[in-house]
Design a protein around this ligand. Structure first.
Ligand code: ATP
Length: 233
């Protein structure tokens, strides 16, 4: 879009049963922009990702991708529009091989090469059941699978959970490379400051179902103590 907006969320409300979790949330993300979303437990970060992906129906507000409304569409149509989602908990098909998991990420892909370029360690284990990989490699596989279809926007929920620091850094650098090379935007929900700051050009802070503040990644890298002011609200 001419104004450089890929994702535009305005006045979004959503919740479960009688309880509202998102209370009029506004957020815009530019093409190719890596954004980290931070905030205390329970403020609605996961709920936001699920709502953007169409897994939870919004109660109000609008979600636009490249200017076109996507709120209310079913998840498969949102995926086709160019959004991929890697939920918390590294979901892979444990009984299928690494290669089969990758191919399932994009049935139109002739081979899984793209996934192996992202994370070369996966190539060495391509014929093994995914369930035998370490936690960190399963997370890499879940991310690689989501990237097979070349999304324009990747929604990623807490990928660092239970993953060793060296693998976290590898994940951040692989994602940053794809974001830069292909113009893929990322919305990363992350408590791990190292990962959030390594990847994000901008950090957005949520509290009680709304975006309440944001900071440039460079300012936070220069002075990470600025994070505390936003996270202890
Ligand atoms: N399936 C559900 N049914 C009912 N309530 C839910 C459901 N999922 C989440 N909630 C509630 O919605 C609120 C926001 O949860 P959400 O998972 O979006 O927060 P979060 O910011 O991602 O926190 P966390 O870091 O703990 O995952 C919480 O009060 C939670 O208990």
């Amino acid at each position: 879009m001419a104004d450089g907006t890929l994702l535009e969320i305005a006045g979004l409300t959503a919740g479960y049963g009688g309880g509202m979790v998102l209370h009029g949330l506004d957020l815009t993300v530019g093409p190719g922009e890596p954004v980290a979303l931070m905030g205390r437990n329970g403020v609605g970060k996961t709920t936001l990702l699920k709502t953007v992906m169409g897994l939870l129906r919004p109660r109000g507000g609008t979600i636009r991708l490249d200017g076109a409304r996507i709120d209310g569409l079913p998840p498969f149509r949102i995926a086709r529009a160019g959004i991929a989602y890697v939920p918390q908990g590294r979901e892979v098909f444990a009984d299928l091989t690494v290669e089969e998991n990758l191919i399932l990420g994009d049935l139109a892909a002739a081979d899984a090469g793209r996934g192996y370029e992202l994370f070369p360690a996966l190539a060495e284990r391509r014929r093994e059941p995914a369930g035998r990989l370490s936690g960190g490699q399963q997370q890499q596989l879940a991310i690689a699978r989501a990237l097979m279809a070349r999304p324009r926007l990747l929604l990623l929920d807490e990928p660092s959970e239970g993953v060793q620091p060296s693998v976290v850094i590898e994940m951040a650098d692989a994602l940053a490379a794809v974001a830069a090379a292909e113009g893929m935007a990322v919305v990363l929900v992350e408590q791990n400051v190292d990962l959030a700051l390594r990847l994000a050009g901008r950090v957005v802070f949520m509290d009680r179902g709304r975006v309440v503040a944001e900071e440039g990644g460079d300012a936070l890298r220069a002075d990470p103590s600025r994070l505390d002011a936003h996270l202890v609200l």
